[in-house]
Structures are given as structure tokens and as C-alpha cells.
Design a protein around this ligand. Structure first.
Ligand SMILES: Cc1cc2nc3c(=O)[nH]c(=O)nc-3n(C[C@H](O)[C@H](O)[C@H](O)COP(=O)(O)O)c2cc1C
Length: 186
């Protein structure tokens, strides 16, 4: 993604830095996807971004299940009411982790980082993404063929936006900067 006109909030004007910042500011949750496949090389790049994610003691507690089959996507979308967008996605990556009671819940943190790495890699390619929780883990296990020692997962649906291509979001719906950021002390 190259949005040279963006030109805000980026120090130094470095081209690579600009591209990273563009991906960060352009990423938003996309739930309406165009009926257009994502090239296999781009899907692999997104997955590679996940694989490169740092993790506690480098234990890499994640596995990624890539789903592109339309019927399987429809079935997978039934795991949670908030996962409806999975059915229409060009691809969905199930990010699968170990049991949720791991010490310090560090796996959840690591998988969250992997999700964000993949979201930014997708945004960089102009590909939208959206999370979905998994409420019916039994159905997810059945659809994805998960092993018995994996008991939670989150879904990341992917696709080109049906409307509004990814461009920097000027006013994100977020708490104000000065309310969130504390300098030195709360
Ligand atoms: C851990 C997590 C779980 C989420 N689960 C869902 C979900 O089940 N369904 C959904 O449509 N969006 C889900 N979202 C997306 C959030 O609603 C979204 O990130 C938030 O509203 C901000 O949207 P924006 O980044 O487009 O501004 C989830 C996000 C996170 C981080």
C-alpha cells in the first residue's frame, strides 16, 4: 500500500516508515467483502507475518488453519453470531491456541500479537480483516479438525472491502489520546 499523499503523523518522511504507518492507520475491521479471491502468495505472506510474531520465551503457541472453501466458510461462520462475516470472506484464518489457563494467560497475549501482525500485513496489501470470537468450540473443532489439546481459537476473516478501500482513518473511534496516555504517573 502506497499512500504518499497521507503525510501526517509520520516523522522523517522515510518511505518504508510511511508504508508501515499507512497500514496501521488504514486497518479497520471490514465485514463486507468483495467476491474476489486473494492470491495464494498474499495469503502466505499474511500467514508468514503471523509466524514471525514474537512470543513469550519464543514458545510460539499458535497454529493457523487457513480456510478458503466457500461451504466450509459458511459452516465456520456458525460458531458465533458475531462471526457472520466469515461466510462471505475470501479466506478466514483460525488462530488456534493451547488451553486458556496457561500461566499468566500469556498465550492469549501471543495470539493477539499474531492476529495484529496478520491484520497489518493484510492492510498493507489492501486486504480487509475482521476478528470473530468462537462461542461453539465443539463446532469449530469439528469444522477445522482441531486436535483434542487445543481448546480455544479466534477467527480472522479476510477479503477485499466491498466498498471503501482501505485508506487512513482520520478520526478513529477511540478514546482521546490524552485520556489514554499517562506520562510518568497515572
Ligand atoms: C479480541 C477481539 C474480538 C473481537 N470479536 C469480534 C467478533 O466476534 N465479531 C466482530 O464482528 N468483530 C469482533 N472484533 C472487532 C472489534 O469489534 C473491533 O476491533 C472494534 O470495534 C474496533 O473496530 P475498528 O478497528 O474497525 O475501529 C473483535 C476484536 C477483538 C480485538
Amino acid at each position: 500500500m502506497t499512500l504518499f499523499a497521507a503525510g501526517w503523523g509520520c516523522s522523517g518522511g522515510n518511505l518504508r516508515g510511511m508504508q508501515t504507518w499507512d497500514a496501521i492507520t488504514s486497518r479497520r475491521n471490514v465485514r463486507d467483502f468483495a467476491d474476489r479471491p486473494i492470491p495464494a502468495a498474499d495469503l502466505d505472506r499474511i500467514l508468514e507475518a503471523g509466524r514471525r510474531t514474537p512470543s513469550s520465551q519464543n514458545w510460539q503457541p499458535w497454529d493457523f488453519v487457513l480456510v478458503t472453501d466457500r461451504a466450509q466458510l459458511a459452516e465456520l461462520s456458525r460458531v458465533f453470531s458475531g462471526a457472520y462475516h466469515v461466510a462471505q470472506s475470501a479466506a478466514t484464518i483460525a488462530i488456534v491456541g493451547p488451553t486458556a489457563d496457561n500461566p499468566f494467560r500469556r498465550a492469549q497475549f501471543d495470539l493477539g500479537q499474531a492476529a495484529m501482525s496478520m491484520e497489518l500485513a493484510a492492510a498493507d496489501l489492501g486486504i480487509g480483516s475482521c476478528h470473530a470470537g468462537v462461542a461453539d468450540m465443539t463446532l469449530a473443532r469439528q469444522v477445522l479438525g482441531l486436535p483434542a489439546d487445543r481448546d480455544w481459537a479466534i477467527l480472522l476473516s479476510l477479503g477485499y472491502p466491498a466498498s471503501r478501500p482501505l485508506t487512513p482513518v482520520r478520526s478513529p473511534k477511540r478514546r482521546p489520546f490524552d485520556e489514554v496516555v499517562h506520562r510518568g504517573r497515572w
